[in-house]
Design a protein around this ligand. Structure first.
Ligand SMILES: Cc1cc2nc3c(=O)[nH]c(=O)nc-3n(C[C@H](O)[C@H](O)[C@H](O)COP(=O)(O)OP(=O)(O)OC[C@H]3O[C@@H](n4cnc5c(N)ncnc54)[C@H](O)[C@@H]3O)c2cc1C
Length: 484
């Protein structure tokens, strides 16, 4: 069906805003990833009923539907060739003492401000800051610097309301027959095949579902493939009264990750890392030979933590001890700009593709992950930028590659993912599968788990119209539709 016909029909059945002009289609053909996929139409539903009508129409005509939040995702999961559902009109927030009921289109920054008025906060804090939406965060199982103490979205998701592809509204957790059917598909032997890591956004997180009251967790990290998220009930916590942030200088990445495994035992609220490629762009007089920085924050037992940290670090210099709110904020701003800083390391004919940028291992195995990076860098003569959530064993690894060198990208990805899986890690700790990694989900989990994923997808979306080829796919999309 042509864009005009689809657009006109959706307008007729819903009366909501529908766009299919060149500018709008171009705008929605990209997100923060390395990909470009042009949709046919972009729709801005205003209520559940309109979503139901759109999904029923799309099901009947076999048109793919891709939900979209703020488009800050890094793996192309919000890009699709059919209908894009922009959820920005779903923007209500209702704050309760220990949880918040938020619509999927609510921007994280707006939620943070409202929660702050009552001295509360929502734990997961992606470095993109205020710009992502609650729907996008749930659908990627997002996390951030403070997930070390406060968990990823999946650990904070109490309930969720979705619309499935047949236009059925479902609240999860649920005692319904549907809920029972999903629960029956999950068993111990399947769960044992999941990596033992603190963060994982690969596939459907069946390892987190042990009882009926966990069923909402299936939507965390589902990337719009199981249903359109309408709203969610999420856990909130009292804002910590005090914080102390230490900036530690290390000679190199290896020394920093060896210490990370020790520092984590002191229960910091955050433990983050940036390498020398990023440090070079920060205006600060670092000690000579600084090859890596760790950001270590505590938000409880501050004096005890300060003393303990001094005792256990080796080969490091504490170059900053920050307690003032604005100073702590400033240095977190520096850490959160790591991706922006790293982009300054490339020339116009180079790129920093989002392919192997999000692996997670247990923190004790970070040193093995660093070895893998080193070997790949040496073998392919590549400059590699590294930063990320060391405390969670989650590193963002960005090789600088010549513009569109697809063959090399694929070679590196296969080699890297196989090694990460071999050491018990996940190929993605927070950004998800999307166009970059869906073809590797089966490699991550093996055929038994993957066949359960397929059955689950079939239950929620029998006609395969919800963000097709993300998570479950037979296609290889990693090096297709690259915009860089
Ligand atoms: C500079 C930078 C730093 C980042 N740092 C982090 C980080 O520290 N941690 C982290 O986890 N991520 C990080 N990200 C990635 C990104 O910000 C997160 O994945 C974020 O949660 C995406 O939210 P979004 O609203 O932009 O979603 P989008 O990009 O719009 O969509 C992401 C996925 O969610 C699905 N989706 C969106 N809304 C819905 C809905 N209502 N129903 C069903 N599915 C839906 C989409 O289909 C897509 O699959 C970073 C990105 C950038 C650019």
């Amino acid at each position: 069906m042509k864009a005009e016909k689809i657009g006109a029909e959706i307008q007729r059945i819903t009366h909501c805003q529908v766009l299919w002009d060149k500018y709008s289609r171009d705008f929605y053909s990209v997100d923060a990833s390395s990909y470009l996929v042009k949709p046919l139409v972009v729709v801005f539903p205003r209520n559940e009923n309109e979503i139901i009508k759109i999904l029923r129409f799309a099901s009947k005509k076999n048109i793919p539907v891709t939900p979209r939040g703020a488009g800050t995702g890094l793996v192309g999961s919000a890009l699709g060739s059919g209908i894009i559902l922009d959820l920005k009109n779903f923007d209500k927030i209702r704050i309760h003492p220990n949880y918040v009921q938020a619509d999927s289109g609510v921007l994280k920054g707006i939620l943070d401000k409202k929660l702050e008025e009552g001295d509360k906060f929502f734990g997961p804090d992606p470095s993109v800051g205020p710009y992502c939406t609650i729907g996008g965060m749930i659908a990627t199982n997002a996390s951030g610097s403070h997930s070390l103490k406060y968990g990823s979205v999946i650990d904070n998701l109490i309930g969720v309301r979705i619309i499935t592809s047949s236009g059925k509204a479902i609240n999860l957790p649920s005692k319904s027959q549907f809920g029972n059917k999903i629960l029956k598909m999950i068993n111990r032997s399947i769960q044992e095949k999941f990596p033992h890591v603190s963060k994982n956004s690969c596939g459907y997180r069946l390892d987190k579902i042990t009882k009926k009251t966990d069923l909402q967790k299936i939507i965390a990290g589902s990337e719009g493939t199981l249903g359109i998220i309408i709203s969610a009930k999420i856990k909130i916590l009292p804002l910590p009264k005090k914080k102390i942030l230490f900036i530690l200088s290390y000679r190199n990445l290896k020394c920093a990750v060896i210490d990370s495994a020790k520092i984590v035992k002191l229960a910091p609220s955050a433990l983050e890392l940036i390498d020398k490629n990023i440090i070079e762009h920060i205006k600060f007089d670092f000690p000579a030979k600084t090859g890596c920085l760790l950001f270590v924050e505590f938000d409880s037992d501050i004096e005890k933590s300060r003393a303990n940290l001094g005792k256990i670090i080796t080969d490091a210099k504490i170059i900053k001890t920050l307690t003032k709110k604005d100073e702590v904020k400033k240095w977190w701003g520096i850490r959160n700009s790591a991706l922006g800083f790293s982009l300054r390391s490339i020339t116009p004919n180079q790129s920093l593709p989002t392919l192997i940028e999000d692996a997670t291992v247990s923190v004790e195995k970070l040193v093995l992950l660093v070895d893998i990076i080193k070997k790949i860098s040496k073998k392919y003569k590549l400059y590699i930028v590294t930063y990320g959530h060391a405390g969670n064993g989650n590193l963002h690894i960005r090789p600088i590659i010549r513009y569109k060198n697809k063959k090399l990208m694929k070679k590196i990805a296969i080699e890297f993912f196989s090694k990460v899986i071999e050491i018990g890690g996940s190929i993605t700790g927070e950004h998800g599968d999307g166009l970059a990694r869906s073809e590797f989900v089966k490699l991550q989990y093996g055929s038994d788990v993957y066949s359960v994923f397929k059955k689950i997808k079939q239950e929620f979306d029998p006609k395969n119209i919800l963000n097709p080829d993300k998570i479950i796919t037979t296609k290889s999309s990693m090096t297709e539709n690259l915009k860089i």
